[in-house]
Each structure stands twice: as C-alpha cells, then as structure tokens.
Design a protein around this ligand. Sequence first.
Ligand SMILES: *Cc1c(COP(=O)(O)O)cnc(C)c1O
Length: 361
Amino acid sequence: MTKINFYSGPAILPQEVLEKTKDAITEFENTGFSLLEISHRSKEFVAVMEGARSLTKELMGLNDEYEVLFLQGGASTQFYSIPYNLLDETKTGVYLDTGTWAHGALEQAKLFGNVNVAASSKDSNYSFIPKQWNMPEQAAYLHITTNNTIYGTQYHFNKSPKEYFGVEYPLIADMSSDIFSRIIPFADFDLIYAGAQKNMGTSGATMVAVKKSLLGKVNRNIPSMVDYQVQIANGSMKNTPGVLPVYVSYLTLQWIKEKGLNNIEQQNNTKAAMLYEAIDNSSLFKGTVAKEDRSKMNVCFVMEDKNLEPLFAQYAKENGLIGLEGHRSVGGFRASIYNAMPLSGVESLILAMKEFEKTKS
Ligand SMILES: *Cc1c(COP(=O)(O)O)cnc(C)c1O
C-alpha cells in the first residue's frame, strides 16, 4: 500500500530531492566521499551554501540590500535572535499573537525590550486572525507569523503586506510553514525566517533573509553565533553548518525553481480548495477556523461526533494516510499539504473521508 505523508514537519519532500540526497550520501559530486564526511570549507560544500543562499534570494526577488543565511537552532532560535539583534530596552517590538508559534516569539522578545501585542486571538483558541489591531506610531519592528501551522490559519493579503498593516517600520515574518507556497511581495519584509522542515527542506537548517540596514543599531553586545552581522561576514559559516540539511534545502529550492512558484501556488490553491470543499460538504466533518483565514498548507478539521474521531483515525491509517493527528491543543485532524504533496494525495484523503462517511450513514 502506498503511504501518504501528511506530517506537519519534518514533512513530505519531493521524490527527486530524496533521490539526489541518497546519491550525495553515497558519494558527493565525484569527491570520492560522502557529503556527510567532507569539510564544510571544501569548495564543493561552499558551492552548496552559496548556491542555497543565492537561489533563495532569486526566488524571493530580493536585491543586494538583503543577505540570506542558513543557520541552526530552528525557527525557535530566531524567536530570540531577532530581538537580540533588533530590540533593546529603549525600543518596542510589535507582535500579532495569532498562534502558539507567534506567542512563543513574543514571549522571547520580552527578555530583550518592550513588547506590544497589537492584537491577539488567543482567547478564541486562535481560531481566526485578528483584522483589527492597535499599532503604535513607532516601533523597532512588527512581527507576524504568516501561517499558523498548529491552528491552520494563514494571512491572505489583499494588498501589499506593508500597506495591509499600515506600518512604516520594519516588517518581520516567520514563514516557516508557508514559505515558497505562494507568490507574495517578499521585498515588503525586512526580515523573513523559516525553519526548513516544512516547505523548504528538512530540520537542521533555518533560513533567514535580512535587510542589512536593519542591523548594528542595538546598544548591546551580541554573542557571535546569533549575531547576524557576524554570520553575514562569515558567509553563514561562523561554525560548522548542518551540511546535510543545507544541501536538502538547496535541492528543494532547485525543485521549486524548476516547477515555478506560480505553478506551485496554483496547485496549492487547487489542493486546498478541494479538501475544504469536501469538509464543508460532509455531514461528519467540519473545519475549525474562520473560513476567510483558512490555511492552504495545514487543513484542520474535527468530527461533529467526537466519538467517531478515533474510528476515522484508525480507518485513515489502515488506508495509508499517515500523520493526520491534530495538534494536541486543537484535537481532531490536521492534513498538512505542503508543496511536495501531490494532488493525488489530497484525492486519496477525500476518498477516504467519503468512504468512511458511507459506512456511517
Ligand atoms: C514549526 C514552526 C516553528 C518551530 O520551528 P523549529 O524549527 O522547530 O524551531 C516556528 N514557527 C512556525 C510557524 C512553525 O510552523
């Protein structure tokens, strides 16, 4: 039985990426060695790191005011690296509290300076994205989470993000779970970061794209490993990078470029529309979040009758649909349908939902 991977992260990767990774683990580019055993200072690996950095910039359409880094420690390390570099006691970081990860980011910022939570949907278990907020006139930055992986909500901008929020100050986004899933004006953001393990590789690499003019303005000493300026000066290799995860990201970026971001976006739109339609038309299943905020990457749903949930969970597993458990804070189910999920994977899930429904009516 073919198994279909709905895990939220680490998550499904393109088959081509897995094949090329296998090859590189056996022998990397005629070096005579595995990728796992060559120096990160070798010209072969430096080309991987430089390739990943420049391809990220290219796909985002960012100019030379930006630098791209591949760091370790996951997106969670960026929660404190950002205020470490950009916030001090005299400054305010503005946060939109739209989910567990957004909340985690703002909690870490409190260690470094003033935090202003301009809006929050925490009291509604993050079932929607606030459309009204209270932004201060001035701030060091506004931090948002473009896709809330756990709750299945996502910003759908109807204009450029800077205009949408109406702020003049720098805009920062955690795009861990929807990076490169759609075309958005990346250059509207002054800093973008993403743990690679959802949509651009595997865990152990974290992409940071930062506008250089943002840096060097806080009044404190920064430990070199989290100092963006130090990492930039060292070509993203202040210490030994995760050679394998950076390589997997590089391959994934090449796959994205080959497919084209617009084609990827169209396919993502189709997949999400199909799945939400099946949920809405079902008598057993229902969505968990405001319709206008529904995520096209993480589709959360529950059952009208809670008692049926373990039965459908079992049925799905028996049919090879893996990783559908909802996060413990939401319950029910979550289908993560990242870029690498084929249309046929979503079709299989819809079919299973319909077949299960038949057995219950
Ligand atoms: C998964 C995730 C994180 C946490 O990423 P780590 O790399 O595990 O630290 C942060 N933000 C978002 C939006 C995520 O989806």
